[in-house]
Design a protein. Structure first.
Length: 445
């Protein structure tokens, strides 16, 4: 008996130690079992307490009244299946007539407390069925990306979502994006993660960095890089000219006739034969305010920059030109045309901000709840952000820490993938293309 008590004490101590130091290991060893048992035994009571039940049918009520029996209990939504995951548990629930998915979303916080988990999110799978994701621990406290991710051309993993899934930056689905955040919020780390992942892909990287320190270390992998507004205006107009030339190529390849199959009609670069397809271009703009602000009331240079950016945002997707814009603020105070430009940027990512109005600039037309979530990011959670979608949905993410050295190493390793773009030749950074050698270590005397 004493040995049994000692073994039990050791197991309990191990569980508490893992929960404190290694929450992911605790979840995989003990947490999944405890959560599954808690859900199975408390499911009906929790649904009733969270007001997610419906009254019995009229037929059952009538039968109980005729037979003079007690009224039947509330009907509980049917649990279709329970599936453990690496970071939590997923429940698939069949709703009763009269219920909707919003009721489960509104009850997410009550479900979190009732089931004793860290986070609960809900989404509709199909009419009448919702999926509830329960996250067992704070996965954003120590970000660990999965070993296997779904990479593809212009689809890269950049962050971990609060439910344990991976957040991808898919340029073919969301061609243009804006990322805002205050100083020391993790915006630069997010930018490094994107550049590090793109460096290994057959794409052209173009940068505008008026601070001269954020993108210049990655120059070996950039096809064009400028560091002042004057050159930025010329570079953006050169991109517009290249875009127009790409459209001419697409138009020549269309060759539309009555007997041309629909699948053979080109409408963007992805419909062109591989031999004719131009290389995709990802344009990274660090600190948009340096390009949009001007001391002059009518600044021709600023007008050129904003006009070119708007044209690229409106027409660039089909020509394979994608925009990633970063800044601390992106509001109408930056001048004319900013609101029109922001309306073309589908992707919205907000790191910690110092005021509510900055979050409203990004999420005001998406969700007020996303605005509130962005203002609640603590200073200690650098790299944490809120991502909003045009559907009105939003979620919290956090980028794994990517140092400048890691990003520079990736750019140097894949420097041979840097394409030469004739239209942007004069903006190509001048760098030493010889292999980078490790510094020699002095021998001990």
């Amino acid at each position: 008996m004493s040995w049994l008590l000692i073994a039990l004490a050791v197991v309990v101590g191990l569980a508490l130690l893992l929960k404190w130091r290694r929450p992911a290991w605790y979840w995989l060893t003990f947490g999944i079992v405890f959560a599954a048992l808690r859900i199975r035994f408390r499911y009906a009571a929790v649904m009733d307490a969270c007001h997610l039940t419906v009254p019995a049918s009229r037929l059952r009520l009538a039968l109980a009244r005729w037979s003079k029996k007690p009224a039947p209990q509330q009907r509980v939504p049917r649990l279709l299946w329970l599936r453990p995951t690496r970071t939590g548990v997923r429940l698939r629930i069949k709703m009763w007539p009269g219920q909707d998915a919003f009721e489960f979303s509104a009850a997410a916080d009550r479900l979190r407390h009732s089931f004793g988990v860290h986070q609960v999110t809900s989404r509709e799978i199909k009419p009448g069925v919702v999926e509830i994701s329960l996250t067992g621990y704070d996965v954003l406290k120590y970000v660990q990306m999965p070993a296997k991710t779904d990479r593809g051309l212009l689809k890269i993993p950049v962050a971990l979502v609060e439910d344990g899934s991976v957040h991808y930056r898919d340029y073919r689905e969301v061609p243009h994006s804006v990322t805002v955040g205050a100083t020391q919020s993790g915006k630069s780390v997010f930018q490094r993660s994107v550049i590090k992942e793109l460096a290994a892909q057959p794409v052209a990287l173009v940068g505008i960095d008026c601070k001269k320190i954020e993108l210049s270390p990655f120059a070996r992998r950039f096809s064009a890089l400028v560091d002042n507004p004057d050159d930025a205006a010329d570079l953006l107009e050169a991109l517009v000219s290249r875009m127009a030339g790409t459209y001419d190529v697409i138009r020549l390849e269309q060759r539309i006739s009555a007997d041309t199959p629909d699948a053979d009609i080109a409408a963007n670069i992805w419909d062109l034969p591989e031999a004719l397809r131009p290389v995709p271009i990802v344009v990274t703009i660090d600190e948009i305010a340096e390009l949009a602000m001007s001391r002059k009331r009518n600044d021709p240079r600023r007008d050129r920059i904003i006009t070119a950016l708007i044209r690229l945002a409106q027409l660039g997707r089909a020509a394979g030109v994608f925009l990633d814009i970063y800044g601390q603020r992106f509001g109408s105070e930056l001048g004319d045309g900013i609101t029109m430009l922001r309306a073309q940027l589908t992707g919205r990512t907000v790191h910690r901000v110092n005021d509510e109005s900055t979050a409203k600039m990004a999420f005001g037309d998406i969700s007020p709840h996303a605005v509130f979530a962005a203002t609640q990011i603590p200073n200690t959670r650098r790299g944490m952000a809120v991502v909003g979608y045009s559907t009105g949905e939003w979620t919290r993410i956090r980028t794994p820490h990517t140092s400048m050295r890691q990003a520079v190493t990736a750019c140097n390793r894949y420097a041979e993938l840097t394409p030469d773009l004739p239209e942007l030749a004069r903006f190509k950074p001048v760098v030493d293309l010889s292999p980078v050698e490790a510094p020699a270590v002095a021998e001990a005397a």
